[in-house]
Design a protein around this ligand. Sequence first.
Ligand code: GTQ
Length: 344
Amino acid sequence: MSQLGTLEELPQEYRQALAAANLVPLWPSLRALLPPGRPASATAVTQWRWQAIRPLLLRAGELTPMEKAERRVLVLSNPGRGLDNLQASSVIYLGMQLVLPGETAPNHRHTPNAARIVVEGQGACTIVGGDKCPMEHGDLILTPTGLWHEHRHEGQGPMIWLDVLDLPLMVYLDRSYAIEGRPQQPSPLPTPYRAGGLVPLRQGGRSRDDYPLLRYEWREARRALEALATTTPAGEAVELAYVNPETGAAPLNTLAFSALMLRPGEEIALARMSAARVFHVVQGEGSAEIGAGKLEFTPADTFCAPGGAAVRLQNASAREPLFLIGADESPVQRKLGIFESWEA
Ligand code: GTQ
């Protein structure tokens, strides 16, 4: 592959004439725009430690009242992409959100898709399109694009969860905006969708909802992982995909989610894929090798892997299982026809 000409090689007056006409020569930037063989990524392997986040988030609770924050969130930002850009990866935004007893994060809806993974606390709920979703440790709760949502906390003690959004993509597309709404009246009827694999028999088993299931209970995910673990050969990933129970597709248009279990002492290699992913530790301790990066994690830590990176995970305990929830941007890449994966 030949060495291409640089900007500096061009006469100064020529460069000025180009700039005056809003023109730029391609060849000095061509290799950066279209790298040979594989894409470049600014996404750095990054770990966000719960032990660092929690005290700083609780201080935000003292420093900034809800009226001054609307969403009291510390953003888990990837330094490789520029800390101020508030991105975990090119598509994924992560934020740790705090709601104190009696507080409400006001009702709104927006173009970005969001999901929350509950980290700490009891007695809060997210109301999504009138559907009141209780929030318990490890639950995955969806707030898909365009649906009204607000958070309330009627329990005791701080309530904390991890927000996962496709905000960077929406900002890049010039499609990110929010609309404020009045507080929702939660529906008196619970959603007929209680669990994956069980679809209410109405309208031939299909509802008119694009998002029939909004809350994926950790209790059920964990039970399903433990059952799968009894038949999965040692060293093979015990991994379940969260899906839309009617279509089998990823629960959000842009983001896919999975639940992972590593048995005591186990080490696994995940299938390599072109989409960046993030991992949140629901329970247990372990270590990760992501490309050339190595990190050790404890409960409620969060870390990210750039697209294309080899990921190995190890359970540090010889006695206890390790549970993680993963989120990745593969649905965006699949829809664009640019997704690639390789066997582990
Ligand atoms: O809870 O609606 O972390 O709108 C960022 C933007 C959370 C939310 C975030 C949001 C929300």
